[in-house]
Ligand binder design. Structure first.
Ligand SMILES: *Cc1c(COP(=O)(O)O)cnc(C)c1O
Length: 395
């Protein structure tokens, strides 16, 4: 199976993706696409990006054989250590790419939304480094809840715009960031936080995240001597997952699992498992599997891991689900929190609650399969989750 999937000329992966935006904005997005396609073939652009990934982010991130966890569960469990990157997660990979692209296009400012603040911190970091202004839209509820990340962004000189409409969380932040962007797109670049949004953003973010899978495939073969039997990653919008999956998508013998957040359960509004429970719909300018009620109203998404609670999901994941190349499965809050403690206690690695979903699924799989080589994307570290965990789940 040849699966180096790229979108068609209108930005669709099968039935998903596209550009559901105004004609005016389409023209601008076409300029961004053109600039991106030129940049990725430009040796100067790549030289700067490669230098920063190596010496600023600390790539390549290692693959670590989790010996204690492996012994306990009867499988060989390996972790791709994106938690060791500067700023603590995979998001810096695409933020650097997006800000370099914005700079190349002569933009003065980047605009983005953030939920838990992880994307905001990574973007503010890249903007500080590369000398661009940075406006971050964040729901008022999240501004209060995620104070440590808000403090980081302020120190990095980002402007935080506290959004007071609707439920005052991520969805409203995206809505308002988009309105602000449309008023000033000539001088600014929308720097989206995952493989979502109108074409060409899913393609651009995927490109910058694919380094994860490229490195991982080579490292895995070097350490284990074979390809993994199974590859796992958590799926919010889907950027860390697609980055890792791309390294193995053409290896038919590798089983691939995308782990969605089941939150408190399968009832509407209690989870953020968009592929598992969503129906085709349009949100924020693209078509995807979308959590919605019978009338087509977008549901609030919920997960204990705020980086996963988006009601939509990247278009390529919807397509990979449809062609059955990737299996999308779920893990609930309790299972994720248990995995958070399990990895901390057995390996001395505190994972992000998002990444804990992927670890939890490997543990679940271990009830059924033994002696398999399993590779998990450890998308980020759990420092940001400590206060929340101690308050709600301390043992
Ligand atoms: C944001 C985030 C995610 C979810 O985003 P994806 O685009 O689905 O990767 C996962 N893990 C961590 C650590 C994050 O910060």
């Amino acid at each position: 199976m040849k699966l180096n999937i790229i979108p068609d000329k209108d930005g669709f992966f099968g039935a998903y993706g596209g550009q559901y935006i105004s004609e005016e904005l389409k023209e601008e997005f076409n300029r961004i696409e053109k600039a991106f396609l030129e940049a990725k073939n430009d040796s100067e652009f790549n030289k700067e990006l490669d230098y920063l990934l190596k010496n600023y982010v600390g790539r390549p991130s290692p693959i670590y054989f989790a010996k204690n966890l492996s012994k306990k569960y009867g499988n060989n469990i390996y972790l791709k250590r994106e938690d060791l990157n500067h700023t603590g997660a995979h998001k810096i990979n695409h933020c650097l790419g997006e800000v370099l692209l914005a700079k190349r296009m002569g933009k003065k400012k980047v605009i983005a939304e953030t939920g838990a603040g992880q994307h905001g911190v990574a973007l503010a970091t890249a903007a500080a480094l590369l000398g661009l202004e940075c406006d971050i839209y964040m729901g008022e509820v999240d501004v209060i809840k995620e104070k440590p990340n808000v403090d980081r962004m302020r120190i990095l000189k980002a402007n935080i715009i506290s959004v007071k409409s609707g439920a005052k969380t991520l969805k409203e932040a995206v809505d308002e960031a988009f309105i602000a962007y449309m008023k000033d797109y000539k001088n600014t670049m929308y720097a989206i936080g995952s493989v979502v949004g109108p074409h060409p953003f899913p393609m651009i973010v995927e490109y910058f995240q694919s380094i994860v899978g490229t490195e991982a495939r080579e490292q895995f073969i070097e350490q284990a001597g074979v390809l993994p039997d199974m590859v796992l990653a958590c799926v919010g919008g889907g950027s860390n997952a697609i980055g890792l999956f791309n390294g193995f998508i053409e290896d038919n013998e590798v089983e691939i699992f995308g782990v969605e957040p089941l939150g408190k359960g399968e009832k509407a509004g209690q989870n953020a498992a968009s592929i598992t429970y969503g129906k085709d719909g349009i949100l924020h300018g693209f078509k995807c599997k979308l959590l919605q009620d019978d009338k087509g109203n977008v549901l609030n998404a919920y997960s204990v891991a705020s980086g996963l609670d988006y009601p939509g999901v990247g278009p390529k994941h919807c397509y990979l689900n449809e062609i059955k190349r990737v299996k999308y499965v779920t893990v609930n809050d309790v299972e994720a929190v248990n995995a958070f403690f399990e990895l901390s206690e057995t390996e001395g690695i505190i994972p992000a609650l998002e990444s804990s979903h992927a670890i939890a699924y490997a543990i679940k799989l271990s009830e059924k399969v033994k002696n398999k080589n399993i590779l998990i994307n450890l998308s980020g570290r759990g420092d940001k989750d400590l206060a929340f965990i101690l308050e709600n789940f301390s043992r």
